[in-house]
Design a protein around this ligand. Structure first.
Ligand code: S3P
Length: 167
């Protein structure tokens, strides 16, 4: 079974993927890292050299190559679900979980990591708050197409839910 963790940058997809991986004894993969390995460049370098549409095309290609029979947890990039057809594809390939972490926690995390996220370059806390509001308004309809909407902070709740779905 493929489990896709989706949500805004900084919502905790990578952390949750690691925790789920241990609890469910399933490997996990970070989509950004997989694309970085394949291209031999960081996401920031990809954006700089080739632009965002090129990166979005790599994300799509990467998703299309996934084996729906694999037992794998995928931590997706925050923008991946918002490209046309990608939510349909992920919902067809496996189980999607939207991590709907609150704005304050997300902005605090993004403030610490803005340097490695090209879309956030040079933003301060105020900018990040505005960015979150406008981007989330655009993206929420996509994220909400996930099979599960997870607001609970207790990952054990998610573990139990997913365990019941595993073959
Ligand atoms: C992006 C999120 C990033 C990465 C890229 C673009 C986005 O992934 O894919 O910088 O558009 O939200 P994370 O959500 O893992 O930070």
């Amino acid at each position: 079974m493929l489990i896709f963790l989706i949500g805004f940058m900084g919502c905790g997809k990578s952390y949750t993927a690691r925790r789920l991986s241990q609890a469910l004894d399933m490997p996990y993969v970070d989509m950004d890292h997989a694309i970085e390995d394949a291209e031999g460049m960081t996401v920031a370098e990809i954006f700089e050299r080739h632009g965002e549409p090129w990166f979005r095309a790599r994300e799509r290609e990467w998703l299309e190559k996934l084996d729906p029979e694999a037992g794998l947890i995928v931590s997706t990039g925050g923008g991946a679900p918002c490209e046309p057809g990608n939510m349909d594809l992920m919902n067809k390939l496996g189980v999607t979980v939207f991590l709907d972490t609150g704005k304050d926690a997300i902005v605090a995390r993004l403030l610490r990591s803005a340097g490695r996220r090209p879309l956030l370059a040079g933003m301060d806390e105020n900018d990040l708050g505005f960015f979150y509001d406008s981007k989330m308004e655009e993206r929420r309809p996509f994220y909400e197409r996930a099979a599960f909407h997870f607001r609970h902070q207790d990952i054990d709740v998610l573990v139990r839910l997913l365990r019941n779905l595993l073959p």
